[in-house]
Ligand binder design. Structure first.
Ligand SMILES: C[S@@+](CC[C@H](N)C(=O)[O-])C[C@H]1O[C@@H](n2cnc3c(N)ncnc32)[C@H](O)[C@@H]1O
Length: 300
């Protein structure tokens, strides 16, 4: 699936052909859907407007003889469905937790407020991030999808781990978070992160492209888990893995707020993910995890 790099290398030698073909794929898929009339005019206009914005940004950056990836384009899909069933899926699959993403979907979301919640030592997945990273088994050159990337805490770590030959897709439904992810990556000179604004029932990634997908504190936020997992599985390479970190939900043990917030416990989520088509591999004990668990699945 990953095309040869030689054919599209820029003269500065670091532009990823993967990103290029990914963009072409998204563009054609968007057009295909447009031609098929499978989304409304507003979305079609949005699609074309965003595409032209993206391509002009690309051209501008190339004209400045900078690498494309320095501009770190946000691929704003804005309701485009790449495959016909996704749009249908929204209406057929009922939200399993209506309103759970209200805050994240607010265009006025204040990223700074969420940074104080997500990137603090008191949060297990922040405090133990190095152990989690190691457990994910990321290797140089891999393509990693951080599904529900939030402020990009793990996207940045993955970008380091995969190196310049690898790629990280920071996927989220929240535009303000993704703008922050892009700005921060630019600041830190990380050229191998692409932010992808996805609809709520699809991860909007090309088929057979992902080595490792990472879903941290996010599975319980999926309002349409069947559609989302179906598209995620399609995006995985054969043998690709999915790490799910979420909260234990145990009556009498789990804090009251958390118990109400997380719609189901580990066994229910595991079964949903297996039913979606992934094979359960293992549960790993991460030192320092008291409220969270770490599960690994594989696409056979
Ligand atoms: C609690 S935050 C976790 C963020 C990040 N993974 C972390 O652990 O710091 C949940 C994130 O999932 C995103 N989200 C919710 N539903 C999603 C979906 N269907 N697809 C992608 N992202 C989603 C939210 O916008 C939010 O950024």
């Amino acid at each position: 699936m990953r095309p040869s790099k030689q054919c599209l290398r820029s003269d500065q030698g670091a532009e990823s052909s993967f990103l290029f073909w990914f963009e072409v794929f998204l563009f054609l898929a968007g057009l295909r859907k447009g031609i098929a009339g499978n989304f409304n005019e507003v979305n079609l206009l949005k699609c074309l407007w965003l595409e032209q914005e993206r391509w002009s940004a690309r051209i501008t950056s190339l004209m400045k003889r900078r690498l494309l990836s320095l501009s770190l384009p946000i691929i704003l899909l804005g309701g485009i469905s790449l495959f016909g069933e996704e749009k249908a899926g929204v209406s057929e699959e009922k939200s399993v937790k209506p309103g759970i993403n209200e805050n994240f979907l607010d265009p006025k979301l204040k990223v700074d407020d969420w940074l104080k919640r997500f990137e603090v030592e008191s949060r297990e997945v922040f405090h133990e991030k190095e152990k989690v990273l190691e457990a994910c088994g990321i290797k140089k050159g891999m393509v990693v999808a951080d599904i529900g990337a939030g402020t990009g805490l793990y996207s940045r770590l993955f970008a380091e781990a995969v190196g310049p030959e690898g790629w990280v897709a920071a996927v989220d439904i929240s535009a303000p978070f993704l703008k922050h992810v892009v700005a921060r990556a630019e600041q830190e000179g990380q050229k191998n992160i692409t932010a992808i604004l996805s609809p709520e029932n699809s991860v909007s990634l090309p088929p057979n492209s992902v080595d490792v997908a990472f879903i941290c504190d996010t599975y319980h936020h999926f309002e349409f888990p069947r559609g989302t997992m179906k598209s995620l599985i399609r995006s995985l390479k054969r043998g690709g893995t999915v790490v799910v970190i979420d909260f234990e939900r145990i009556e009498g043990v789990t804090r009251d707020w958390l118990f109400g917030h997380v719609r189901a416990g580990k066994q229910v989520f595991r079964k949903e993910i297996e039913d979606a088509g992934l094979t359960f591999v293992e549960e790993l004990k991460i030192d320092g995890f008291k409220e969270n668990y770490f599960l690994r699945f594989r696409k056979d």
